[in-house]
Design a protein around this ligand. Structure first.
Ligand code: ATP
Length: 199
């Protein structure tokens, strides 16, 4: 079974940037956001259940999920949001287990933005937190997504705090502008994970 390093961090902390650097070393990266889309792709049980429960208005003309319509519906119907989470969370969790078990690299990364919020520590042997200040999260995300600061701050407020994430961390990558270069931090961790995975 593959040795799984769970990677987490708040919005705009640098999870994707960090995961790409591990991928350059041949490490397989499994991304919870990608899986969350796979479980509702056309032909999936997930999409079938959604369209049966809420009707065809949840589908685009090409048969894909109309995310905006679904988001709008569950926003105003909290009980349906619970139903939806009950449907999708077990499928996402199962798919994470399946894909990490199939990984061929000596260890793999499982990137889960809401790892701490959703208590998914049991899916990995080790938790790696990408840590930055809230100010940096806001600056980088507004620049990347061209969205107002307020919007990023609202998302930040709904996520785990920096402290909560750090408490769950086995390892931390510091990703401020003046931190040690990411490449050096990752090189050290890569060797540590190769050794742990070989045990
Ligand atoms: P999200 O959860 O919102 O998808 P993320 O945690 O995957 O974000 P990234 O997309 O990797 O974060 O990084 C956020 C932005 O910050 C990107 O535009 C990225 O290029 C930039 N960034 C990441 N790390 C650094 C760094 N060390 N220096 C400068 N910019 C950085």
């Amino acid at each position: 079974m593959a040795y799984v390093v769970g990677v987490t961090g708040g919005i705009g902390s640098g999870k994707t940037t960090v995961a790409n650097l591990f991928a350059e070393k041949g490490i397989e990266v499994i991304d919870a956001d990608v899986i969350a889309r796979q479980v509702v792709e056309p032909g999936s049980e997930g999409l079938k259940a959604i369209s049966e429960k809420f009707g065809a208005s949840m589908l685009n003309d090409d048969g894909t999920l109309n995310r905006g319509a679904l988001r709008g519906h569950v926003f105003s119907h909290p009980e349906d949001k619970e139903w939806l989470n009950g449907l999708l969370h077990p499928k996402i969790r199962q798919e994470m287990i399946t894909q990490t078990a199939q990984a061929k690299s000596p260890y793999c990364l499982l990137v889960i933005p809401l790892l701490v919020e959703n208590g998914l520590q049991s899916l990995c042997q080790r938790v790696l937190v990408v840590d930055v200040s809230e100010a940096t999260q806001v600056t980088r995300t507004t620049q990347r997504d061209l969205v107002p600061e307020e919007q990023v701050k609202n998302i930040l407020a709904a996520q785990a705090t920096r402290q909560q994430r750090l408490e769950a961390a086995d390892d931390v990558i510091f990703n401020e502008n003046d931190s040690k270069p990411l490449s050096e931090q990752i090189e050290t961790l890569h060797h540590q994970y190769l050794a742990l995975a070989a045990q």
